[in-house]
Design a binder for this molecule. Structure first.
Ligand SMILES: C[S@@+](CC[C@H](N)C(=O)[O-])C[C@H]1O[C@@H](n2cnc3c(N)ncnc32)[C@H](O)[C@@H]1O
Length: 280
């Protein structure tokens, strides 16, 4: 039984990092005319009201997107991210947030395709409503972990897969590695993006260790912390692991992450990591 609802967390500092990187990757893919396929294995509801009961309750977006909303000195890739979210809001007021499927839809060209997976019975209906009918988009009420493998390689031979689980089930820390290995085996030139939370640092050390030992090459890691590691405070940081990243991503994040750590950190305790886990 799935209980996670992203509406409690939409627009928080983890979403800022995740969606900033996602937009940079999508924009990079669009530099070539050739079509690409974007797969979201854990899509969520697609769009969120920041005035919902859930968002009002946690107010997580206040220490996320809200800290960037009025800034005039944003690094380039953060500026592109804020511009995408502004498209869903009117009159400069921050009332709505976009999930990864809607962000991807906004970036989509006529020749590109989107494939979205969502298992939760309520979220899948919200997702279908948010995405509206669109020939380029397919939505599946299925297990994204299992089904994304069969899509590889995509017919376009250009593709991005975002794996963004809630880690409600602890075996997901192992499942993400197995999924990445299988995706890579079938489509070694694909761009694969994994989000992870830092709740217990040991789990992430193990995740990194397994990826380093795997046959996968060209892996970069980007992490943003709101506060120092602690096993008692829930999530203190989150990161994105990118396989076959655009060559421009690292330089953009070298500019963006110090800025985000400064503006989104709690009590001046924000920090970041940028690492090349495996070379090309
Ligand atoms: C963190 S949220 C996704 C947020 C979304 N990617 C975004 O950035 O806006 C994770 C979602 O995955 C869904 N989910 C959990 N297990 C799943 C699975 N095996 N396959 C597909 N969806 C799953 C949950 O119901 C939840 O809505």
């Amino acid at each position: 039984m799935l209980s996670y609802r992203h509406s409690y967390h939409a627009g928080n500092y983890a979403d800022v990092l995740k969606h900033t990187i996602l937009i940079h990757i999508l924009e990079h893919f669009k530099k070539k005319e050739k079509p690409f396929c974007y797969v979201d294995t854990h899509a969520g509801a697609g769009a969120y009201s920041l005035q919902s009961e859930q968002a009002e309750k946690t107010q997580e977006y206040q220490q996320g997107i809200a800290q960037l909303w009025q800034q005039t000195d944003l690094p380039d890739c953060v500026q592109s991210y804020v511009e995408q979210i502004k498209r869903a809001n009117q009159d400069d007021a921050l009332t709505h947030y976009l999930g990864s499927p809607m962000i991807a839809k906004q970036c989509l060209r006529p020749q590109d395709q989107l494939k979205l997976y969502e298992l939760h019975n309520t979220e899948i209906e919200l997702l279908k409503t948010a995405m509206q009918r669109d020939k380029r988009i397919q939505i599946f009420h299925e297990d994204g972990f299992k089904h994304c493998i069969g899509l590889m390689p995509p017919q376009q031979r250009r593709g991005i897969v975002l794996i963004d689980p809630s880690y409600e089930i602890k075996t997901e820390y192992q499942q993400v590695v197995e999924t990445l290995e299988q995706l890579y085996k079938r489509f070694a030139t694909g761009t694969f993006v994994l989000w992870y939370p830092v709740v217990d640092r040991e789990r992430i050390d193990l995740l990194e260790h397994k990826l380093k030992k795997s046959s996968i090459k060209n892996i970069q890691l980007f992490e943003l912390a709101q506060s120092a590691d602690s096993n008692e405070q829930g999530m203190t940081a989150s990161g994105m692991i990118v396989i076959n990243p655009p060559w421009t991503l690292k330089a953009q994040m070298q500019e963006a992450l110090p800025y985000l750590a400064k503006h989104l950190g709690l009590n001046k305790a924000g920090s970041f990591r940028i690492e090349q886990l495996k070379d090309e």
